[in-house]
Write a protein that binds this ligand. Structure first.
Ligand SMILES: Cc1cc2nc3c(=O)[nH]c(=O)nc-3n(C[C@H](O)[C@H](O)[C@H](O)COP(=O)(O)OP(=O)(O)OC[C@H]3O[C@@H](n4cnc5c(N)ncnc54)[C@H](O)[C@@H]3O)c2cc1C
Length: 265
């Protein structure tokens, strides 16, 4: 699949290290949880969750060479994209949906929240960050009519603690959980969902090169995150021993997750 090369039509600074990019294109067939491979000619190609279909929108944290190169682009400059890829969230079912997000994962959940609210479904979003400045999309989620619960590790907004602390009350009402964020957070959500017997779907990230099952880079205990995921159920993930423990770098070398860092195996 060849990339479509289109100009950037809007850039929204979200926090000191995260920006939303609006592209002069649409991806009408995309569903929440799916991703695109974004290409900057001469730099690289990397996966990013779809935040909105029309216009195609992504939200990117500057963490390395590609994302910093993207942050340096201006409105009118061009990027390429391919997609949508992967399996997204299943949004079916009655009752309240609890979305749990950390970091830029909240932006990816915004797409799911907007689809659910279009059907007037009850949505609570629990979002977390280290400090108030890390939080994203709070106003846009409130504008959709979603209930928003916040936790920060330093207590500068919402409850002091982790996003799972912010989710406690909503967990008593929720009929399903959708989650996107750092893997340690997802592993905690998986344990919580299994303990409370609430069906949960979690969007997992792995280093990816192709996005459609050829390179094998994103293997997770025999599953391909690009094709079998990135959204998996909590039950599926509980049976994948590498989830929450091991990920692979660009060379394919495996590393243990260690807090927020990684140690090579
Ligand atoms: C399906 C999917 C959806 C994604 N959606 C978003 C999104 O919406 N917004 C966003 O900002 N980022 C998203 N990412 C992550 C993004 O693709 C990576 O951070 C990307 O590597 C950035 O490239 P870089 O060259 O800037 O940094 P790199 O140098 O590639 O990476 C910087 C640091 O992040 C680590 N890292 C890289 N990729 C991953 C990964 N997949 N999982 C865990 N750690 C990783 C590296 O080990 C390194 O420590 C997504 C990844 C996947 C697989």
């Amino acid at each position: 699949m060849l990339p479509r090369v289109v100009p950037i039509t809007g850039i929204i600074p979200e926090n000191p290290y995260t920006k939303t990019f609006i592209l002069d294109d649409a991806i009408p067939q995309a569903t929440p949880g799916q991703f695109v491979m974004l290409w900057i000619p001469g730099v690289d190609e990397k996966p990013f969750a779809i935040v909105a279909r029309e216009p195609l929108t992504i939200t990117v944290a500057a963490v390395g060479p590609f994302s910093r190169a993207l942050h340096a682009l201006n409105i009118g400059e061009k990027v390429g994209w391919r997609g949508p890829f992967g399996h997204g969230f299943d949004l079916g079912g009655d009752g309240e949906t609890l979305l749990i997000g950390g970091g830029y994962g909240v932006a990816a959940l915004y797409f799911a929240a907007s689809e659910l609210r279009k059907q007037s479904r009850d949505v609570t979003v629990a979002m977390g960050g280290r400090a108030a400045q890390d939080l994203l999309f709070e106003e846009r989620l409130c504008a959709l009519g979603a209930r928003v619960e916040i936790a920060t590790e330093d207590g500068s907004r919402g409850v002091r603690g982790l996003v799972t602390d912010a989710a406690q009350e909503a967990l008593m009402r929720a009929k399903r959980i959708l989650a996107c964020g750092p893997e340690a957070m997802l592993a905690a959500v998986m344990r919580l969902a299994l303990a409370k017997n609430i069906p949960a779907q979690l969007a997992v990230e792995r280093y990816m090169k192709c996005g459609f099952g050829i390179c094998g880079q994103c293997t997770l205990s025999g599953k391909l995150v690009c094709m079998d995921g990135p959204v998996f159920t909590a039950k599926e993930l509980s049976q994948l021993p590498e989830f929450g423990r091991v990920h692979r770098d660009a060379t394919g070398a495996a590393h243990f997750f260690q807090g927020r860092g990684a140690r090579r195996i």
